[in-house]
Design a protein around this ligand. Structure first.
Ligand SMILES: Nc1ncnc2c1ncn2[C@@H]1O[C@H](COP(=O)(O)OP(=O)(O)OP(=O)(O)O)[C@@H](O)[C@H]1O
Ligand SMILES: [Mg+2]
Length: 471
């Protein structure tokens, strides 16, 4: 066996000072020499009487690399694993070079222990995979607040793509629902290194709102300096909408009770006035008085009509509930609405699921619901050109009819009010503000619900849903 420690001895054992593992192999993979680090870390002690092979310090599955590569390579960068003295395995990376000495070839391995680096890399990889694939929308901002990373869930919920967001300030999602003071409070909190938690209303690219529970935590470097911020959202839009609907349905119930009471109290005196007017009309000879009485009569009729609607809302229906084909109802309502002269510049489109099961309802009342919703859609176009589409569909629990218009839309602050009685934005004579209230009452009485989404200046979408099993 050749004596190879001369490779080192010329300069003394300089290689013993290196933190790297240095090994010299011959062409039979025998370790001819090893530096101090190799001895300390791997327990390689070179004794000519007990030759050691490189395979002795390689885990099983790494051995082939040496068998296959070394004999044919003069130099290469190598990444492999060594088995330590205590049996544990370390990751190493480094270079392999060939040395010629006369006819003999030697291989020099200079390898560095990168186990810790690899572990960190893996941790980081795992961490970034979790962040990337989680269903929670996540954004990472730099210290000055511009976004440097957003995950796919964030893109999905905001409607913006990665490229539209990176480099931008997160206030691109600002719904303007929170005051400047609110946001400066948030900033003050996180700049001081603290974690901020709160509920916020954001705005999607299309202008619609989404609600999230947001946790913003500062990212600090080893010196404790803030280098960025991690914003993790939990989308609670669904929950907020359900809460709002519940509040609305409770409010409607109490308004309904109040309205029924008023209608009852006002109804009796009104009937009395109406009969008195008729009596005087019949007996009076005075033309002037007769004419004025006629006016009183028509005003009383108007009040009576409103009162009747109030009563209708709060009293259980006396009409007969029967299996109702909702598509037929929708078409009937559309026919009635299309007769109006305001509709000449409006394109109507229908996309009805012809496999819809029937619902249990009073057909005349449901027609009224869709007439009200369609008339509102027509009004929202304000004699401008536009379109109204009606779409019906089903899922496991419900049948839904969606009426979409490209009209003037509804401010988000008014969205809750439109279902209240007498809320109207129309001039007197154009609307009483009872249409949606009555419709809501009818749909509720058959176990259904009505909800609305709207973007001002773009249009509104009313969704009427009925339970599949009827009432
Ligand atoms: N499709 C829509 N687009 C825009 N605004 C709408 C739409 N539907 C309803 N609204 C708003 O909601 C309000 C209330 O509607 P609702 O049908 O209850 O009353 P109205 O249409 O004003 O009067 P009416 O009692 O004659 O129906 C409307 O005045 C309007 O401001
Ligand atoms: Mg209306």
């Amino acid at each position: 066996m050749p004596e190879a420690s001369f490779l080192f001895s010329q300069y003394g054992r300089v290689v013993d000072l290196l933190p790297e593992i240095v090994l010299i192999l011959d062409d039979e993979n025998r370790i001819l020499d090893a530096n101090k680090t190799a001895a300390d870390e791997l327990g390689v002690v070179v004794r000519p009487s007990h030759p050691k092979y490189v395979f002795d310090i390689l885990p099983e599955d790494e051995r082939n690399i040496f068998r296959n590569l070394l004999p044919f390579t003069d130099q290469l960068n190598l990444e492999t694993k060594f088995r330590k003295r205590d049996g544990s395995v370390i990751d190493v990376t480094g270079i392999v070079r060939i040395l010629h000495s006369g006819q003999t070839k030697y291989w020099v391995l200079v390898m560095r222990d990168v186990t810790e680096e690899k572990r960190k890399e893996l941790d980081l990889l795992r961490f970034s995979n979790v962040i990337h694939n989680t269903i929670n929308p996540i954004q990472i901002s730099s210290a000055n607040g511009t976004m440097v990373y957003v995950n796919p869930a964030f893109e999905k919920v905001t409607g913006y793509s990665n490229t539209e967001l990176i480099g931008k300030n997160p206030n691109i999602l600002n719904s303007r629902k929170h005051s400047k003071e609110f946001w400066s409070g948030v900033w003050k909190h996180i700049i001081s290194g603290k974690v901020w938690v709160g509920r916020i209303e954001n705005q999607r690219k299309d202008g619609s709102p989404f609600f999230t529970e947001l946790v913003i935590s500062p990212i600090v470097d080893l010196q404790g300096k803030i280098v960025g911020y991690l914003g993790a959202h939990r989308d609670i839009t669904e929950q907020i909408i359900l809460e709002q609907r519940l509040v609305r349905s409770q409010r409607m119930e109490s308004i309904g009770t109040l309205a029924a009471g008023i209608a009852h109290e006002v109804g009796n005196p009104l009937t009395a006035i109406s009969s008195l007017v008729q009596v005087i009309q019949r007996t009076s000879k005075d033309e002037f008085a007769k004419e004025k009485l006629e006016l009183i009569n028509s005003q009383v009729n108007r009040i009576t009509r409103i009162i009747r609607e109030l009563v209708d809302f709060s009293r259980p229906s006396t009409h007969v509930v029967k299996p109702t084909n909702i598509n037929r109802i929708v078409k009937e309502a559309l026919n009635i609405v299309q007769y109006g002269k305001k509709v000449k510049d409006i394109t109507f489109s229908l996309d009805l699921d012809d496999q819809l099961p029937e619902i249990a309802a009073v057909p005349d009342q449901i027609v009224q619901v869709f007439i009200n919703i369609l008339m509102n859609a027509v009004d929202s176009l304000d004699e401008r050109r536009g379109s109204i589409s009606v779409h019906s569909r089903k899922n496991d629990h419900a049948i839904e009819i969606i009426v979409h218009d490209t009209g003037k839309g509804i401010e988000s602050s008014a969205l809750e009010k439109i279902f209240e009685p007498f809320y109207t934005t129309k001039t007197t004579g154009q609307g009483t503000g009872l249409g949606l209230w009555v419709s809501y009452g009818i749909v509720k009485s058959f176990g259904g619900d009505v909800f609305v989404e709207s973007i001002p200046e773009k249009g509104s979408t009313f969704t009427v849903s009925f339970p599949r099993k009827g009432v």
